[in-house]
Design a protein around this ligand. Structure first.
Ligand SMILES: Cc1cc2nc3c(=O)[nH]c(=O)nc-3n(C[C@H](O)[C@H](O)[C@H](O)COP(=O)(O)OP(=O)(O)OC[C@H]3O[C@@H](n4cnc5c(N)ncnc54)[C@H](O)[C@@H]3O)c2cc1C
Length: 553
């Protein structure tokens, strides 16, 4: 733990100098002694220390200061530092005020000026108070703190971003913490804009975007070079594999990731069928290993940056980021994957992130400990999700449209689900609507055969109902299939025996899109086998085509 602070506040420079001297003499080995020359300065210092989560052991404050008395100042700072000890420095005439302060603001002690000799009149009192403080205080968390509401979707997004990028943080629920509410009120006027993210250097961001958060958290968000051999878009298994091979084979490469490395695989609680991991591997672990590997070979990884456009400026390909930055390269590999399809039913949208979740949303599992939740979907990802949440929830109800699980789920998962005592599977149902004020309360189901309606209580609903490709940014530039996936190689629509609109004599290389020099790999590619190993394989193999292309420019 960083050294706790003792803060002395007095507008009389001579008295402040003397108290600072005496405090330093005795306490400097164990405490950071700080001073402020006015009540306003003292309040600002208290706010800044609270924003840094720096422990303040003791405030030693003069009663008579212009603008704000010592008692008033202590009343304000105790909202931010309720555990700190509070001592008032008084003249004889202030004795009544000080005694009243014991009741009104929980004053621990008042000290009459002058306090000489300090060995008798200062240190014994403060030693007692400080040892009492030390006995009660818990070590403060020294990393990033997210102060928000569990019912705010923006707070959920920030937590997902930080945990996806493996950045440790402390979550503080404002509804449960009055001190944190006071801190937020001291930092922002609009209390509805949440979360407030506090950084160890004392700065903060209010409802930050991914790129702001990434930059402040120390992730790379801007490219180091003006030009690359290859730009990889998307940091899932395909993009990471591509970056590892590109960089290890000497290509200048940069990977641009909108959220967190790992992609869909990164959200999986346990991948059991990836070669070489007989006991399974968590998606987060796999993503972290792949990220470290790509970096070790020299690939740059930009985080929190979304690609919104792609242009051709022969012989270059230009990639446009959401913050307006443009990156240029000879080649681009699109590995943007896909994500869960949204459930378009009444009530779902306002509850997104606060009871209704797409995918595994693992950060939220502990919140639903001992509660009843449901999982929508009958494929492997839904099965994995149900098993994961069954470790926390009292009861997990799987809502499956098909009449059985066998047609859509691997048998090893079906066996586990059947033997889990707190998972129930309801087949042949569709979710009709969800209800809840600021939190999910119940789910309406329609039974397929009879059309009968049924309502079940649920505190959360995790949805796994199919996918949509992340290829909107390339529509109009690249040929896409009817579902919006990127067409490549021999799958490109043909005309007169060659790809329609294809400008070159040669045929497209493997994984090459309708725009020469732009490749697609992994789940975003039309016809891809949507598995981790397949994405890694495609991402790796696409580099062979990149090399072939580079020989032509
Ligand atoms: C919950 C779950 C469990 C799964 N379990 C397994 C399993 O056990 N075994 C298995 O083999 N497969 C499993 N899969 C499937 C597997 O995870 C995917 O097939 C694989 O992740 C696809 O990799 P990808 O790199 O092609 O795409 P993705 O993993 O989808 O990664 C794409 C990345 O691109 C980023 N991105 C998207 N658009 C942009 C943009 N415009 N700009 C910048 N970045 C962008 C995304 O943020 C994402 O990180 C699971 C999937 C899920 C959802």
């Amino acid at each position: 733990m960083a050294k706790p602070v003792i803060l002395a506040v007095d507008d009389d420079a001579a008295v402040l100098g003397a108290i600072e001297h005496d405090l330093r003499q005795h306490y400097r080995a164990d405490y950071r002694v700080l001073k402020a020359g006015s009540a306003a300065e003292g309040l600002d210092a208290a706010k800044e220390l609270a924003a840094r989560n720096a422990p303040v052991a003791l405030f030693l404050v003069d009663q008579r200061m212009p603008g704000m008395s010592g008692i008033e100042l202590l009343g304000e700072v105790m909202k931010l530092h309720p555990a700190s000890r509070r001592v008032l420095l008084t003249a004889y005439a202030d004795t009544d005020v000080a005694i009243a302060g014991i009741n009104s603001i929980g004053l621990d002690h008042y000290l009459m000026k002058p306090w000489d000799p300090p060995e008798q009149r200062l240190y014994p009192v403060l030693d007692d108070l400080l040892s009492e403080w030390r006995a009660r205080v818990r070590p403060a968390f020294e990393g990033i703190r997210v102060l928000g509401s569990q019912w705010s979707p923006e707070s959920f997004a920030v937590k997902e971003f930080l945990s996806g990028n493996r950045i440790p943080y402390e979550w503080v629920d404002l509804e449960l913490d009055a001190t944190a509410r006071a801190l937020v009120a001291s930092l922002t006027e609009d209390l509805a804009r949440l979360p407030v993210v506090l950084f160890p250097d004392g700065t903060h961001l209010v409802a930050p975007t991914s790129v702001e958060l990434a930059a402040k958290a120390g992730l790379q968000t801007q490219a180091h070079r003006p030009f690359y051999d290859v730009i990889v878009i998307g940091g899932g298994p395909a993009g990471l594999a591509n970056a590892v091979y590109a960089a290890s084979e000497g290509l200048h490469s940069v990977l641009v990731e909108a959220h967190a490395p790992g992609g869909q695989a990164g959200t999986s609680s346990l991948i059991e069928n990836y070669l070489g991991f007989p006991a399974g591997v968590t998606g987060a672990d796999l993503a972290q290993r792949a990220t470290a590997q790509a970096r070790r070979f020299g690939a740059e990884l930009l985080s929190g940056q979304e690609v919104v456009g792609l242009r051709r400026e022969d012989p270059y390909r230009v990639v446009v980021l959401a913050d307006g930055t443009e990156l240029a390269a000879y080649c681009v590999v699109i590995a943007t994957g896909m994500s869960a399809r949204m459930l378009d039913i009444p009530g779902a949208e306002p509850l997104h992130g606060i009871g209704v979740y797409y995918g595994a949303a693992m950060t939220e599992a502990a919140r639903y400990r001992a509660k009843d939740i449901c999982v929508v979907g009958g494929a492997n990802s839904a099965g994995q999700g149900a098993l994961f949440f069954s470790r926390y929830a009292r009861r997990v109800t799987m809502l499956v449209r098909a009449p059985d699980l066998e047609s859509s789920m691997s048998s090893y998962l079906i066996d586990r689900i059947r033997s889990a005592p707190n998972i129930e599977v309801i087949n042949s149902v569709e979710v009709e609507a969800v209800h809840g004020e600021g939190a999910l309360e119940s789910v309406d189901l329609k039974v397929a055969d009879s059309g009968a309606l049924r309502t079940i209580p649920a505190a959360a609903m995790f949805i796994f109902i199919g996918v949509r490709p992340h290829a909107e940014a390339f529509a109009g530039v690249l040929a896409l299939d009817e579902d919006g996936f990127v067409l490549t190689g021999s799958d490109l629509p043909q005309e007169h025996g060659r790809p329609r609109g294809w400008p070159l004599e040669r045929a497209p290389f493997m994984f090459e899109t309708s725009l020469p020099g732009v490749f697609a790999a992994g789940d975003v590619r039309s016809g891809a086998n949507r598995r981790v190993a397949a994405a890694v394989g495609e991402g790796s193999a696409a580099i062979y085509s990149v090399h072939r292309y580079l020989r032509t420019v």
